[in-house]
Design a protein. Structure first.
Length: 301
């Protein structure tokens, strides 16, 4: 009986290894995309970087995008660190990538080596904004100036690798996406590509990047984060009047988003201050959120 159980265990482990090895190697970037480097593109890229990526990649103590430890990955899965996004040729990621490879990574989650990375996924980001991010990463802004340092190297445990292998699901490469035109559509685009729905839905593992409104508990909050040694639970940002933001005026919403000050309370990390977004963009987000069915979900904490 013991031998039988041991045999089953070995078979299970071998099967898991095979699944992992087969599902973590994918086709790499097609084409020879070259970003257009203009002052306007760099400025837009900086807005996007600090409204979307900086939460994980920006170290406020040195004011550079050198990466940070990611504390919300379960310890059993290993240790994860965000990448150094400076122009360091020894430690920075951007210099190791062509423009085409960076675009493909942001769209699909597949890096230059053909491995799937389940972060930073922006399959519906417009080509104009992808171009802007790449232009910013190649710019002379101090936050991306070369910093030859690392905060740590990502190392997945065996369990983490198996989980990654089983759940490796690269997204389709859809170039040619245009910026939306009307106010509500712009709001949805920002909720998607700034990543509001990542934190304010019910589960980081149940996000639907291709149809964001199908994410589990979409915008009703509840995800727990480890921020500055404290547990912070993401708020319900549907327009429910009892448990969400249904009583926020447009001005109160703007102040919460830009200044981190909601009515009667201050907002806490990991919620950043989106002070680089324009008032018009925040107005668009507000307009879009009003179209989402209110959900009663009383988040405490």
């Amino acid at each position: 009986m013991r031998k039988y159980k041991l045999t089953l265990t070995i078979c299970a482990i071998l099967t898991a290894i095979i699944i992992y090895s087969c599902k973590t190697q994918f086709s790499t970037a097609p084409g020879n995309f070259k970003a257009t480097y203009t002052r306007e593109a760099v400025e837009r890229g900086k807005v996007l970087m600090f409204s979307s990526c900086a939460g994980c990649h920006y170290d406020r103590s040195v004011k550079k995008l050198i990466g940070t430890p990611i504390h919300d990955v379960p310890a059993i899965a290993g240790k994860v660190y965000s990448a150094n996004l400076t122009q360091s040729r020894t430690n920075g990621s951007p210099p190791q990538y062509s423009d085409a490879q960076l675009k493909y990574l942001l769209k699909t989650g597949i890096n230059k080596d053909g491995h799937f990375i389940p972060y930073m996924l922006r399959p519906d980001m417009a080509d104009e904004d992808i171009n802007a991010i790449i232009a910013y990463l190649r710019s002379d802004d101090p936050a991306v100036a070369a910093a030859d340092t690392t905060v740590g190297l990502t190392h997945y445990s065996f369990i983490g690798k198996i989980y990654m292998g089983i759940n490796a699901a690269p997204l389709p490469y859809n170039p040619g996406i245009k910026m939306p035109a009307n106010n509500v559509a712009i709001g949805k685009y920002l909720v998607d590509n700034i990543g509001c729905f990542h934190c304010h839905s019910a589960s980081l593992q149940k996000l639907n990047y291709l149809d964001i409104e199908q994410s589990k508990g979409y915008l009703a909050g509840g995800i727990k984060f480890n921020a500055e040694g404290k547990t912070v639970i993401a708020s319900n940002i549907t327009f429910d009047k009892n448990s969400g933001i249904g009583n926020f005026t447009k001005q109160q919403f703007l102040k919460a988003v830009k200044d981190g000050e909601a009515p009667n309370r201050k907002l806490h990390p990991p919620m950043p201050k989106f002070d680089k977004l324009s008032d018009k963009e925040i107005d668009a987000i507000y307009s879009y959120l009003q179209t989402i069915p209110p959900v009663y979900h009383n988040v405490r904490g």
